[in-house]
Design a protein around this ligand. Structure first.
Ligand code: FAD
Ligand code: FES
Length: 295
């Protein structure tokens, strides 16, 4: 992952904390919302796969922030990065409060945080998302297809990009058109068959990889990036290991500080010598090489 310049010694060095004005906050699917925040400093420095921590200043419940992936960036009329979009599913305390945040109110955010996905060249990037795990992939697709460049990283490093996106039911699928607008080949699956194939995302991935390899394409030209429920990421990691496909996973471990201080977010990660160690998902992740995770 040496091609990722953000994986330096002090991962939260580029972080800024701001009270970001809410510009937009609308529902895009069942229980799923997009909030647009004015945050030029963060929009200018984020890379795909990074996140911000968010909390609402006047609320003491929850007191601690929640991690949310940066979903998209908007430019001002001069073409400079000016806004960030976050997409969240209304689940508990913070996301319920966030869904009520009015235009003109502010959300306290600090970021960008974490390492982000690597940007190694490949012919085919396959992004696998489950639940709300699609949120880090719009920026990754934009970069991979050369639609947007990010500080210190190459752009246009994949010939084509596919999104395999699984949800329990069609009403929960959020942002499909955003991916299609980037030129991503979107393959949907739902548990109840209400949209796309009635199968789980890892099964759809297995089918796609096997058919690509049957056409004699070299395995080294395919890369997988995965984000979603742990059980799905584990299955995708196992499949990629069996088929010798490079795979990165973005862990959604609960976090308290987001900047490496509290150790609430550790994951078991294998070291070069074969032994494992705890790594802080907020600063040494959230993106890890899938073969390094001790599931
Ligand atoms: C790097 C990273 C990126 C992330 N990116 C995103 C993102 O882009 N979008 C996103 O939505 N989330 C994302 N998450 C998860 C997010 O940080 C929060 O954990 C999540 O939004 C829940 O926060 P909350 O305060 O609303 O829920 P909490 O109040 O903290 O509740 C925690 C859990 O309890 C359960 N729960 C609580 N209340 C209820 C209820 N009324 N009904 C059912 N279950 C309940 C839910 O399982 C819930 O997940 C990310 C996490 C990480 C680590
Ligand atoms: S959330 Fe505090 S160390 Fe990671």
């Amino acid at each position: 992952m040496s091609s990722n310049p953000v994986q330096a010694a002090h991962y939260a060095d580029r972080m800024q904390q701001i009270d970001a004005p809410v510009l937009l906050n609308h529902q895009m699917a069942r229980d799923t919302f997009l909030i647009r925040l004015a945050a030029p400093e963060i929009a200018a420095s984020v890379v795909p796969g990074q996140f911000v921590m968010a909390r609402i200043a006047h609320l003491d419940d929850p007191l601690i922030g929640r991690a949310l992936a940066v979903y998209n960036i908007g430019n001002d009329p001069l073409g400079n990065p000016a806004t960030i979009d976050l997409v969240y599913i209304r689940k508990g305390k913070l996301t319920s409060s966030l869904s009520r945040a009015a235009i003109g109110s502010t959300v306290t955010i600090w970021g960008p945080l974490g390492n982000g996905f690597s940007s190694q060249t490949c012919q085919h990037l396959i992004m696998v998302a489950g639940g709300i795990g699609q949120t880090p992939f719009v920026l990754l697709a934009q970069e991979a297809l050369g639609l947007r460049s990010f500080p210190g990283r190459p752009a246009g490093w994949a010939d084509r990009v596919t999104l395999i996106y699984g949800a329990r039911t069609a009403e929960l699928l959020a942002g499909v058109a955003d991916f299609q607008a980037c030129g991503v080949d979107v393959r949907l699956c739902t548990d109840d068959g209400s949209r796309g194939s009635q199968m789980l995302a890892p099964e759809l991935l297995a089918k796609m990889l096997r058919s690509e390899f049957a056409e004699a394409q070299s395995r080294s030209v395919v890369r997988v990036a995965c984000c979603g429920p742990e059980i799905m990421m584990r299955r995708v990691a196992e499949l990629c290991a069996q088929l010798a496909v490079r795979c990165e996973v973005s862990l959604e471990t609960p976090m308290a500080c987001g900047i490496g201080i509290c150790f609430s977010c550790v994951a078991k990660v294998r070291q070069a010598g074969g032994q494992w160690d705890y790594k802080r998902t907020c600063v040494e992740g959230p993106v890890f090489s899938a073969d390094k995770i001790d599931w």
